[in-house]
Write a protein that binds this ligand. Structure first.
Ligand code: NAI
Length: 469
């Protein structure tokens, strides 16, 4: 490689890193991106995308299973797992090709190797297709975006029947029985997928509730629907170990001496920042006690002109937050006016069935923050489109600040659970982040019949008058 100096060198090619590369290149920066595995990172290769692809397989299974309700007769239902995995891989490959193509079109130099940051924004790269190449780059600015890895629990290291999200997408078939440790976003998505595909699933969650951060009304709907699917949700239980038996299965010990025989154990207890080998001696980049790279509000590290973004810093571990942080940092590099992400108002989308989506404060969080609130809750059972779809379970809940006269003022949170809510959040997200009031948002029209009408109805009802709600 002839060129060794760039405006910007980015370490890590996941959403945060490739987002910085695409946005920076579109603004005219000359950029090198170093990736030791595959461009696209966790999200594309072993996270969001394959998880949603398998959830879509689960949705097809549900649709076919209920086809008879619509008078559509289908053959007996069967799952050809090899085709399922092939389709998942083809989706990943297509999207990976798309990202790489975009980077190349914008003249981003992609280096295949492992990068280490040294003093004075020097980045040494070791790798290449056969591991024998090395290069030393310098840059005016460096962005660290090395991502995260699944956390493991001692005694539940991956191997045999125990998997993390890294291995889950390659399991040889749908197990008869599965234990999912951790009831966060990943755990709920995997539990939902496995149950819809026919497995008998138990979630073991250490905290008193699953999906921490969600509004209680939302969690209640998830629990009811999970129960209908046959998912056994056990909360407030700690796992203590497991003993593999003959035949590939294992016996998981948890709680007060309870055990559960299972064919698959999915460990989904969070993700840890990944900084192994990232930093040489002599940089001002600091790592916190929890292993995250320490940054200020604008994602600047302790080393001049070195930023860190994505899962490696202590902000919500979401691909779209990585994109937003990337935009903020590039804006800072360009000497413009960077606007950091307001982490308390980012959009959350969890794709289990029922889907969950929210932005802003839950009712409990709003009260804890000292707000006097009014809420409005409307169920999909009364929404025409949801009834047509045959998916009436779920609700939309809007949390607004209560004015001194008792009327509803600023919208503080929008929380949804039910059919396609991950595609319906944008109106609520805008309302929360625009700091809009109930009266302002109630004036907007939603198409009829549509699922988004329920958000419109929920806001309208907070004005004290309503149509259907
Ligand atoms: P998480 O932190 O959201 O949830 C992990 C859960 O495991 C917590 O409820 C925790 O109490 C529980 N737990 C921890 N140790 C345990 C133990 N020993 N036994 C039983 N339960 C235990 O982490 P998750 O679900 O692994 O996701 C990782 C990150 O990726 C999160 O930040 C998540 O938000 C993000 N993510 C987001 C998705 C989405 O928004 N659709 C999808 C997948 C991941």
């Amino acid at each position: 490689m002839e060129q060794t100096h760039f405006d910007l060198v980015i370490i890590g090619g996941g959403p945060a890193g490739y987002g910085a590369a695409l946005y920076g290149a579109s603004a005219g920066l000359d950029i090198a991106l170093v990736e030791k595995d595959k461009v696209g990172g966790t999200c594309l290769h072993r996270g969001c995308i394959p998880a949603k692809e398998l959830l879509e397989t689960a949705a097809i299974v549900r649709t076919v299973a209920h086809a008879g309700d619509f008078g559509v007769k289908v053959q007996p239902l069967g799952l050809e797992w090899s085709t399922t995995l092939e389709r998942k891989q083809s989706v990943i490959d297509k999207l990976a090709g798309g990202v790489t193509g975009l980077l190349k079109n914008r003249k981003v130099t992609i280096l295949d190797g492992t990068a280490t940051l040294g003093p004075d924004r020097t980045v040494s790269v070791v790798g290449g297709p056969d591991g024998s190449e090395s290069a030393t780059l310098t840059a005016d600015a460096v962005v660290l975006a090395p991502g995260s890895v699944p956390r493991v629990i001692p005694g539940f290291e991956p191997g045999g029947p125990v998997v993390t999200s890294d291995e889950f997408f390659h399991i040889p078939g749908v197990p008869e029985r599965a234990v999912v440790i951790g009831g966060g976003a990943i755990g709920c998505e995997f539990a939902s997928t496995l149950a819809d595909l026919g497995a008998s699933v138990t979630i073991l969650e250490a905290l008193p509730k699953i999906l921490p951060g969600c509004d209680d009304d939302v969690t209640r709907v998830v629990l009811q629907t999970f129960k209908k699917k046959g998912i056994d949700v056990r909360t407030g239980v700690a796992v203590t170990g497991h003993s593999p038996g003959a035949g590939g299965g294992t016996s998981v010990s948890f709680g007060e001496g309870e055990t559960l025989e299972t064919d698959l154990v999915v460990v989904s207890v969070g993700r840890a920042p990944y900084t192994e080998g990232l930093l040489a001696e002599g940089t001002g980049v600091k790592i916190t006690d929890r292993g995250f790279i320490d940054v200020d509000q604008l994602y600047r590290t302790g080393e001049p002109s070195v930023w860190a973004i994505g899962d490696v810093i202590a902000t919500p571990q979401l691909a779209h937050v990585g994109f937003a942080e990337a935009i903020c940092v590039v804006t800072d590099i360009l000497g413009e006016t960077p606007v950091p992400v307001d982490n308390s108002r980012v959009p959350w989308a969890i794709y289990c069935q029922p889907e969950v989506a929210f932005a802003g404060l839950s009712e409990t969080a709003a009260k804890e923050a000292g707000y006097d609130v009014v809420t409005s809750k409307h169920r999909f059972g009364g929404n025409s489109r949801a009834v047509i779809l045959g998916q009436p379970d779920g609700l939309v809940k809007v949390i607004a600040e209560k004015r001194p006269d008792g009327s509803a003022g600023q919208i503080l949170g929008v929380h949804m659970v039910g059919p396609w809510v991950t595609e319906q959040l944008s109106g609520g997200y805008l309302a929360v982040n625009w700091e809009a009031t109930v009266d302002e948002v109630a004036a907007f029209i939603q198409p009829h019949p549509s699922l988004t009408e329920l958000f419109g109805e929920s806001v309208l009802a907070l004005t004290g008058r309503s149509l259907h709600g």
